[in-house]
Design a protein around this ligand. Structure first.
Ligand code: AMP
Ligand code: MG
Length: 519
C-alpha cells in the first residue's frame, strides 16, 4: 500500500474555487482538479528503477495503469494543478500554471524519501487557457526517454515512471503551418522531489502579493533547503545563492553532454536545479553553439546551445527580482547573481579537463579549450563521437603527419571530404598541442574521458525512429533503447545502432532535426 502525503497542499493556500474552468487564480498556490478519464489505457513503458525508488511493484499492475492514465485515484491522493507565471522568450507572460499537468500526490517511499507523482497530459485544468491539457505520444515518449537518459548520464533531472497510451486521439499542428492532424495521445508520469519553478515566485511578486510570495519561499526553503536555516532575509539570500550555484552546475552539465533544452523560459527552470519540462529539446549532433532544435525559437535563437548559460543567468535575474520584496535590499542578491559567471567558468574548466582527460591545471587550458571549439566548428563534427574517438588517439601519434594524426577521428565528421587543407591542419595542430599537454599514455586519460563523454545519448533521429515504431504498435524498440541508455558511458556490443551519428535522411526531417512546442 503506497503512502501519500502532500506538504505542498497542506502548507500552502488553495484556490477556493473548485470548478474546472479556466481562470486567473490569485492568492493561491494551486487549484484542486481531477484528471479527466481516457478511453483505453495501455502501459507502453514502465521504469522499474523509478518504481523501486517509490516502493511500487517491479512490473506495472492494472491498478497502476488505470491510476497513471488518470482513470482512478488511490486513497490519500489529493490531485492539484500548480499556479505559476513566467517570462517566455524574454517577455513577461503573466499566469501560466500547470495547463497539462496534474500532481496526484507526494509518495512517501519505503526509505521515507518523498516524491511528487505528476501526470503530464491528463486533461484540462484551470490553467489550460485555450489548449486541451493533453499530450501526444511522440512528446510524452520523448520526455520519458530523455529524463531517464539524463539521470543515467549523471545530469540533475526530474525522473519518469511510466508512459501510458490513452487510446484517444489528440489534434496537433506539428509545425504550426495549418496542417493539423490527429495523433495518439499519451500520459507520462513524472517524478521529482518538487516541480516548483522560478515562475512560481515570479507570479505573486508580479501581482504585489507579498503574503503568498513569502509562504511559497518559506515552504521551499524549509522543505528543500533546510540546512540554510530558518526563514529570514539572510536565509533568502543564501537560498538564492544556492539556486545560482545549482543552475550554473546544471548549465555546464548540459554543455558537457550536448543537451539543448529549447524552451528555457523561467517557468521551465526548476528551483532545485533539475532539468525540467522536456519539450522541443534536442541533442547536438554537429558541434554548433548556434543550434536550436525549437522552430519557435528560430527567429532569435535565444535558446541555442551556446546561449544556455547566459539565458540561465538572465532567468536567475528574474528570480532575484521576484525575491527582492522579501530581502528588502538589492545588493546581496546582485552579489549572488554576479557569482554566477565565476561558478560557471570554474565548472566549465573542470568539466572540460575531464572531457579531455587532462590532469592538474595548466594556465593554457582555457586557450586549448577555445581552440578546440574553433576546430570543431570548422567542419560539421559530431560532438558525441568526437570525444569518444579522441580518447583513442595515442600519445605517440603526436609526431605523425597531419592526415595520419587526424584519421582516428574520421567517423565524427559529417563531410569527411571537407577535412583537408586548413581544416585538416587546424585539427592536426590542435591535436599535437593537446597530446603534449596530456602527456604519455598510461590508460588513465581514456578512462577519465570515457567516464565524462557518453557514447549513447538520445539523439533526435533515434527518438523519431522509436516513436514511429511505437505508433505502429511495436514497443520493443523503446524497451531496448531505454536499456542501452542506462549505461551511456559503456560500449555495449551489438548496440552500435544506438550510437550512430545522424544519417542524411534525418537532417531536415521534422522531429529528427526540428521540433516545435506543439506537444
Ligand atoms: P511549456 O511549453 O511546457 O513551457 O508550457 C507553457 C504553458 O502552456 C504551461 O502553462 C503549460 O501548462 C501550458 N500548456 C502547454 N501545452 C498545453 C496543452 N496541451 N494544454 C494546456 N496547457 C498547455
Ligand atoms: Mg513548461
Amino acid at each position: 500500500m503506497t503512502r501519500f502525503d502532500d506538504r505542498f497542499v497542506r502548507s500552502l493556500p488553495a484556490d477556493p474555487e473548485t470548478d474546472n474552468v479556466v481562470r486567473q487564480v490569485r492568492g493561491a498556490a494551486y487549484s484542486k482538479v481531477q484528471p479527466t478519464p481516457v478511453s483505453k489505457p495501455t502501459m507502453l513503458a514502465w521504469v522499474p528503477e523509478v518504481a523501486a525508488l517509490l516502493g511500487l511493484p517491479e512490473a506495472p499492475t492494472d491498478e497502476w495503469t488505470t491510476v497513471l492514465a488518470g482513470n482512478a485515484l488511490l486513497p490519500g491522493m489529493a490531485p492539484y494543478a500548480a499556479c505559476y507565471g513566467g517570462h517566455q522568450f524574454g517577455n513577461w507572460a503573466g499566469q501560466l500554471g500547470d495547463g497539462r499537468a496534474i500532481t496526484l500526490g507526494e509518495v512517501i517511499a519505503p526509505d521515507d524519501s518523498r516524491w511528487d507523482l505528476q501526470l503530464k497530459g491528463p486533461g484540462p485544468t484551470p490553467y489550460s487557457r485555450r489548449a486541451d491539457g493533453r499530450a501526444v505520444l511522440r512528446s510524452s515518449l520523448r520526455e520519458l526517454v530523455c529524463s531517464e537518459a539524463m539521470f543515467h548520464l549523471g545530469v540533475p533531472t526530474t525522473r519518469a515512471l511510466a508512459l501510458v497510451a490513452t487510446g484517444d486521439q489528440v489534434e496537433r499542428d506539428l509545425l504550426y503551418d495549418g496542417n493539423a492532424r490527429f495523433e495518439p495521445g499519451a500520459i507520462t508520469t513524472r517524478v521529482a522531489p518538487s516541480f516548483i519553478r522560478f515562475g512560481t515566485f515570479e507570479l505573486p511578486a508580479s501581482r504585489g502579493d507579498k503574503e503568498l510570495l513569502q509562504k511559497l519561499v518559506d515552504f521551499t526553503v524549509t522543505t528543500f533547503f533546510p540546512s540554510l536555516g530558518a526563514p529570514s532575509p539572510e536565509t533568502y539570500v543564501a537560498f538564492f545563492s544556492e539556486v545560482v550555484r545549482r543552475t550554473a552546475v546544471l548549465m555546464m552539465e548540459w554543455q558537457r553532454v550536448g543537451f539543448v533544452h529549447g524552451v528555457m523560459n523561467t517557468d521551465n527552470l526548476s528551483i532545485l536545479g533539475l532539468t525540467i519540462d522536456y519539450g522541443p529539446y534536442g541533442w547536438l549532433e554537429g558541434f554548433d553553439p548556434g543550434w536550436t532544435p525549437n522552430t519557435t525559437d528560430l527567429p532569435g535563437k535565444r535558446y541555442a546551445f551556446g546561449n544556455q548559460p547566459q539565458v540561465a543567468q538572465w532567468n536567475l535575474m528574474c528570480l532575484a527580482n521576484a525575491l527582492f520584496p522579501l530581502v528588502g535590499e538589492a545588493k546581496p542578491l546582485e552579489d549572488a547573481l554576479e557569482g554566477y559567471a565565476d561558478i560557471a567558468a570554474a565548472e566549465q574548466l573542470s568539466m572540460m579537463r575531464k572531457k579531455l582527460g587532462l590532469a592538474g591545471d595548466d594556465v593554457k587550458d582555457r586557450e586549448l579549450m577555445r581552440d578546440l571549439f574553433r576546430a570543431l566548428m570548422s567542419t560539421e563534427t559530431d560532438m558525441t563521437l568526437f570525444y569518444r574517438l579522441l580518447a583513442r588517439v595515442p600519445a605517440a601519434s603526436v609526431s605523425a603527419p597531419d592526415d595520419a594524426l587526424v584519421a582516428p577521428l574520421a567517423e565524427a565528421f559529417y563531410a569527411p571530404e571537407q577535412v583537408k587543407g586548413d581544416v585538416l591542419e587546424g585539427f592536426a595542430e590542435w591535436l599535437r598541442r593537446y597530446l603534449q599537454r596530456a602527456g604519455p599514455d598510461d590508460g588513465s586519460r581514456a578512462k577519465v574521458m570515457n567516464a565524462s563523454n557518453p557514447l549513447y545519448v538520445p539523439r533526435n533521429y533515434l527518438a523519431q525512429t522509436v516513436i514511429q515504431a511505437v505508433e505502429q504498435g511495436e514497443p520493443s524498440m523503446l524497451a531496448e533503447w531505454l536499456t542501452v541508455l542506462k549505461r551511456p558511458y559503456v560500449e555495449q556490443p551489438g548496440m552500435e545502432r544506438w550510437a550512430k551519428k545522424r544519417p542524411e535522411w534525418a537532417r531536415h526531417q521534422p522531429g529528427s532535426s526540428m521540433l516545435s512546442c506543439s506537444s
